[in-house]
Design a protein around this ligand. Structure first.
Ligand code: PRP
Length: 215
């Protein structure tokens, strides 16, 4: 039996995913050791291999077939635009992709001013402003602490993830527009979907059953 390889997103999402996989009999105790620097784990008994990757890289591993299955946020799927199948919404890791900024920026958005938009998600921001809003903006790519940009005058607004809203609140910013809702998704390599159809279909079915029972 070939190994089924599952790519998990490092961090919070990984632990939630492990909890869920455990409920369908796919376990990996070793992976829960937070002090470990190990990146790849194998459960010989069930023929499954797991690895941890940075969020943005999970769709890449899946498109190239280095992983058969990936679990990552809808944000990274949208941003990366990889060729893969998105087969399931796991319902956790819920948050929103929003345009945020100081209240004073609301008018700039309304009047389609040429504004600067700082974001970790230039693809999503471009699609939203150019294709949906038909507003010309300057997109500035940042790698983290995006909320800083309007505070120090780098950009008028940001496009970023809002979960609890506390980062915005603590920095005097607001949600100005909502782009879309996000959550954790299961993605599948297109070739694996055919080659490992039985095992993958069973896994998806089992996951759906567990999620329905939890509702
Ligand atoms: C994310 C996001 C926001 C924050 C939103 O950042 O970019 O900054 O979480 O969460 P909240 O609405 O619950 O406050 P993350 O912590 O991933 O780090 P980053 O700033 O390095 O992107």
């Amino acid at each position: 039996m070939d190994y089924l390889t599952i790519a998990l997103t490092k961090g919070r999402l990984a632990y939630k995913t492990l909890d869920l996989l455990e409920k369908v009999g796919i376990t990996c105790e070793e992976m829960r050791d937070k002090s470990s620097r190990k990146l790849i784990f194998t459960n010989e008994e069930i023929g499954v291999r797991f690895f941890l990757a940075k969020a943005n890289d999970v769709p890449t591993y899946v498109e190239y077939g280095a992983a058969d299955i990936g679990i990552c946020g809808k944000d990274t799927i949208l941003e990366e635009g990889r060729k893969l199948y998105e087969v399931m919404d796991l319902g956790f890791g819920k948050c929103r992709m929003c345009v945020c900024g100081p209240e004073s920026a609301r008018e700039l958005l309304k009047h389609h001013e040429l504004i600067r938009v700082a974001t970790k998600y230039p693809g999503i921001a471009k699609d939203y402003f150019y294709n949906k809003k038909h507003q010309t903006v300057e997109i500035i790519k940042l790698n983290g602490s995006i909320e800083l940009a309007p505070l120090v005058g780098l950009a008028e607004v940001i496009v970023d993830i809002v979960e609890t809203g506390s980062t915005l609140r603590e920095n005097g910013l607001d949600v100005l527009e909502e782009i879309c809702t996000l959550s954790a998704r299961v993605i599948i390599n297109q070739v694996s979907m055919k080659r490992e159809n039985q095992r993958i279909t069973k896994l998806i079915k089992d996951l759906k059953t567990v999620l329905l029972e939890e509702k």
